[in-house]
Design a protein around this ligand. Structure first.
Ligand code: HEC
Length: 474
């Protein structure tokens, strides 16, 4: 049984403060308790077994990716649709390869929750954290190429202008910053433009399709449209509840996800144009499909809901697993929907049907754990996204575990270990590997980039190391 902890404890520092102030995303402590309680329960059920019985939901070989040590807070399509980047409550960023499915990289920079991810040109992306920092990552580098400082409170959202010249960030410090980008996705030097006007945390951001304006929305219920040309117009209106996320349709219609469970539509001039009551508590996220026809939203108590953007009516509901869902994003071609859930998994769906997508990749990669009756094979499913077992399986986020028993820590040639690991004095044996997952990587290897997870059952640990030893003999 794999159990993953959520460092820092969820609800986080800012979330608790938010609850005190009644901030939208986490509208009440009861909801938080419901959300985190659900997490704890899920983890202790033998989900690996259950998934094995459910075609289409078997670990990373089908519709879902497992590797984060906490709920998945942010998700974005990346690398021309070949990858997905996710950010978690565990402060880790994971770059997932889609076909075949495996974790390419685990990246560490932020001190706490990664709240937002935005794809940038040039195979780069930006991450925004609860620590108020924005990091820009490019290619396969394991360190940010730039860190953008300036915000003084959590970053809640990031958006990139359609012509890819501006990265916009929304923060709980009540401001928005516009960071100039150059064609390679690098953020150019020069001070960002600061946009003020919100009277509370800014939670959502979206550019209009022609890039002429930026729409923002926040806890104060304000929806603001800021023109970006020289003679910039500013429009604003107030909706009936705090707004947690916003999207803008191709025709300029604005759609908000509210703390009261309403999806609201506003015209390009910010006049009310309808609402859908999903009725079940705060909505946390919203995304518009690239062709503008579909909206996806989800919330603390609301399943992933697909809305026909034109008819403004619910077209499908995805009833889990993995609820509540913290983040949704469409693939670049709109044919897949990615969701990041409280159960730490990232899932792929077909937005037309609401059914799991990506089942095909089961055949694209040899699954080392399939049809292996040894109980350790089942436990290893929690590791296989990141670790190969053969000497040659070296392009995953973690080092290959080939020859792990008897290997000194951080000595697999060609793998870029964290400095923390390089400084440690451990030889991997059945005992030390079992201990690693008894106390968890954060405690056993402080400073490691491996996401937090523990294996609570001693028999599972024993089975894992036994199986691992037999599969990794040099
Ligand atoms: C999301 C990716 C991910 C998952 C899932 C994961 N690991 Fe890791 N693992 C890593 C990374 C990254 C490192 C390198 C850590 C560093 O350099 O700080 C690592 C390092 C290790 C090491 C030390 C290797 C060495 O050469 O010193 C062992 C052993 C290990 N992992 C075993 C496991 C096992 C067993 C599981 C499943 C129970 C697992 N890992 C799950 C990413 C992962």
């Amino acid at each position: 049984m794999i159990r993953r902890r959520t460092p820092p404890a969820s609800p986080s520092r800012y979330a608790s403060r938010a609850i005190a102030r009644g901030v939208a995303v986490l509208a009440s402590s009861a909801l938080i308790a419901a959300a985190t309680g659900a997490v704890a329960q899920k983890i202790d059920t033998p989900s690996a077994d259950r998934r094995a019985d459910t075609p289409g939901l078997t670990g990373i070989t089908s519709g879902s990716f497992n590797g984060h040590g906490g709920p998945v807070r942010a998700v974005a399509s990346h690398d021309g649709g070949r990858a997905v980047v996710t950010g978690g409550f565990d402060s880790a960023i994971i770059v997932w390869n889609l076909t075949p499915a495996f974790a390419r990289q685990v990246l560490r920079h932020h001190d706490s929750t990664v709240n937002a991810i935005a794809a940038l040109p040039g195979n780069c992306f930006a991450s925004g954290g609860e620590d108020a920092r924005i990091a820009v990552w490019c290619g396969s580098d394991d360190q940010p190429s730039r860190v953008l400082n300036g915000h003084t409170a959590p970053i809640a959202a990031l958006a990139v202008s359609p012509d890819k010249t501006i990265l916009a960030s929304a923060s709980w410090d009540h401001t928005i910053r516009l960071w100039p980008l150059d064609v390679t996705g690098s953020v150019t030097a020069g001070a960002p433009r600061i946009i003020e006007g919100h009277k509370g945390p800014v939670n959502g951001l979206a550019f209009t399709a022609d890039g002429s304006a930026l729409v923002s929305a926040g806890y104060d219920g304000q929806v603001r449209l800021t023109g970006l040309s020289a003679r910039a117009v500013v429009l604003n209106t107030k909706v009936d509840a705090p707004v947690n996320a916003v999207a803008v349709s191709l025709s300029g219609e604005v759609v908000t996800a509210g703390a009261d469970g309403f999806v609201r539509f506003l015209t390009a001039a910010l006049e009310p144009a309808g609402a859908v009551d999903l009725g079940k508590g705060p909505l946390t996220t919203i995304a518009l499909s690239p062709d503008g026809t579909r909206l996806a939203t989800a919330g603390m108590r609301t399943a992933v809901t697909l809305i026909d953007a034109k008819a403004r009516s619910v077209s499908a509901e995805i009833l889990g697993p993995g609820l509540p869902v913290w983040s949704v994003a469409f693939s670049a071609d709109g044919r897949e929907l990615y969701t990041g859930g409280a159960d730490r998994a990232v899932r792929r769906w077909d937005p037309a049907t609401g059914r799991p997508a990506g089942v095909d990749i089961a055949t694209a990669v040899e699954d080392v754990t399939a049809n292996d009756p040894h109980p350790g094979a089942r436990v290893f499913r929690a590791c296989k996204a990141c670790h190969g077992l053969d000497a040659a399986d070296t392009n995953r986020a973690g080092p290959t575990l080939h020859g792990i028993m008897g290997r000194r820590i951080a000595t697999q040639p060609g793998y870029a270990y964290s400095d923390a690991l390089k400084r440690m004095d451990i030889d991997w044996t059945a005992d030390t590997v079992a201990r690693l997952f008894e106390v968890g990587p954060n405690a056993f290897l402080p400073g490691t980039k491996m996401p937090e997870q523990t294996i609570t059952n001693p028999e599972d640990r024993k089975a894992l190391v036994e199986w691992l030893a037999s599969k990794t003999v040099p």
